[in-house]
Design a binder for this molecule. Structure first.
Ligand code: SF4
Length: 330
C-alpha cells in the first residue's frame, strides 16, 4: 500500500547526532522555531459525538467524564484568558517566550465552522502563540472544517492531533471508540490532501495486544506519514468505566517494565521522520487510580531511553525507507 502523508521526500532531521534516542518534540520545536516552545492546554468547551448521544452517551471507556463538567474545565475563562494564564504559569518554570495553543478536552473540530474559527483565531491573536494543535476524532473532519484548517495552516503552524489508540478494530470496540481503523486512515488521507500535519494518539499495551501490535502500529504510522505521535499507557481515572473494570478484576494494566519494552519496540520501528511528542500518559494524582508508576513521567522516559541504550538502538533502528510503502517489513 502506498504512503499517504507525502512527507517522505523531506530530509531526516539530525536529531540522532546529539546522541538522542528518539526525535523529541523539544528538538523539533527548537529547529522549527529557533527557541524552546511549550504547549498551553485550552478548553474550548467542545462536546464529543461519543458523549452527546450521536454515537454514544458514555464515551470511550478511559475518557474522564469530569473533563466534560464545569468542575475540571477552565470554566468562565475565555480562550485569551486561558492563554494568558498558561503563559504566566509556564514562563515561571523557565525562560520560554513561544507557545503552541493546544485545544485538548473534547472533540475540537466538532462544532459549526464559525465557532471553530472564532476559538482558533482568538488563540492565534496572542503574539506569543506561534501555532495551534487541535485534538479531535477521525470521524469529525468534514470538508468545511478541513477547508478552515487548511486556510489557517497556510499561515501558521498547525497540527491536527487525531485519536487513533489502536490499529486493531477489536481493541477499538473494546475501548468503545465508535470508529474503526479505516476511519482513521481516511481522516489522515483527507488531511494530507489539505496539506495538514497529523499527529496520532496511540495506546500501547492494550489487552490482547502484543509486541507485534506495537510494531505494526509504528509501521502503519510510517505508511500514513503522520507528522508526530503521542504514546500513552492505558491508565484509569476515577469515574470511568475502565476504573470499574479494574476494580472488578476484569482488566490488567501493564507494569512499567512491560510498557517500557513495548515503547522501545514501537520506537525501533517508527520512522526517524516522525516526531515523538509524548512517551507515556498520566492524570492528576487526585484522579488517577492506576497504574501509579505513570505518575513519574520523567522516570518512564528515562527507563525507555535506558532500554534503547541497553539495546544499542534508537527510533528507526528497525525502520527501512521501503517499509513506508509496504514493500518491506519492519
Ligand atoms: S473521543 Fe475523546 S472526548 Fe470523545 S469520549 Fe473518546 S476520549 Fe472522550
Amino acid at each position: 500500500m502506498p504512503s499517504i502523508g507525502g512527507k517522505f521526500s523531506e530530509p531526516i532531521a539530525n536529531w540522532a547526532a546529539s546522541g538522542a534516542r528518539y526525535y523529541s518534540i523539544g528538538f523539533y520545536y527548537r529547529q522549527r522555531f529557533g527557541a524552546p516552545v511549550r504547549k498551553i492546554s485550552l478548553d474550548a468547551g467542545m462536546n464529543c459525538p461519543n458523549r452527546d448521544g450521536t454515537l454514544g452517551s458514555q464515551g470511550c471507556i478511559f475518557c474522564d467524564p469530569a473533563s466534560f463538567s464545569p468542575s475540571r474545565r477552565l470554566a468562565g475563562l475565555s480562550i485569551s484568558q486561558q492563554i494568558a494564564r498558561g503563559i504566566q504559569t509556564l514562563s515561571a518554570r523557565g525562560h520560554v517566550t513561544k507557545f503552541v495553543a493546544y485545544f485538548q478536552p473534547g472533540t475540537n473540530t466538532y462544532a459549526p465552522v464559525d465557532r471553530l474559527r472564532a476559538v482558533y483565531e482568538e488563540a492565534l491573536d496572542n503574539p506569543q502563540v506561534v501555532g495551534i494543535a487541535i485534538g479531535t476524532r477521525p470521524d469529525c473532519l468534514p470538508p468545511p472544517v478541513l477547508d478552515l484548517l487548511a486556510e489557517i495552516s497556510a499561515r501558521t503552524f498547525l497540527v491536527l492531533e487525531i485519536g487513533l489508540q489502536s490499529i486493531r478494530d477489536g481493541s477499538l470496540q473494546w475501548l468503545r471508540r465508535g470508529h474503526d481503523y479505516q476511519c482513521f486512515c481516511r481522516a489522515v488521507e483527507a488531511a494530507a490532501k489539505y496539506g495538514l500535519k497529523v499527529g496520532a494518539h496511540v495506546i500501547l499495551g492494550l489487552p490482547e495486544e502484543s509486541t507485534h501490535d506495537a510494531q505494526a502500529t509504528a509501521q502503519e504510522l510510517n505508511r500514513l506519514g503522520v507528522h508526530s505521535v503521542k504514546l500513552h499507557n492505558l491508565y484509569a481515572v476515577r469515574g470511568t468505566q475502565l476504573a470499574g473494570m479494574l476494580a472488578a478484576g476484569q482488566v490488567r494494566l501493564p507494569n512499567m517494565s512491560e510498557y517500557v519494552q513495548l515503547a522501545a519496540d514501537f520506537l525501533e520501528c517508527l520512522s526517524p521522520r516522525c516526531v515523538v511528542e509524548r512517551l507515556s500518559g498520566d492524570a492528576p494524582p487526585e484522579y488517577l487510580i492506576a497504574p501509579l508508576w505513570c505518575r513519574d513521567k520523567a522516570a518512564v522516559r528515562a527507563a525507555i531511553e535506558a532500554e534503547l541504550q541497553r539495546r544499542d538502538s534508537r527510533q528507526g533502528q528497525r525502520w527501512h525507507e521501503q517499509s513506508d510503502c509496504g514493500s518491506k517489513q519492519c
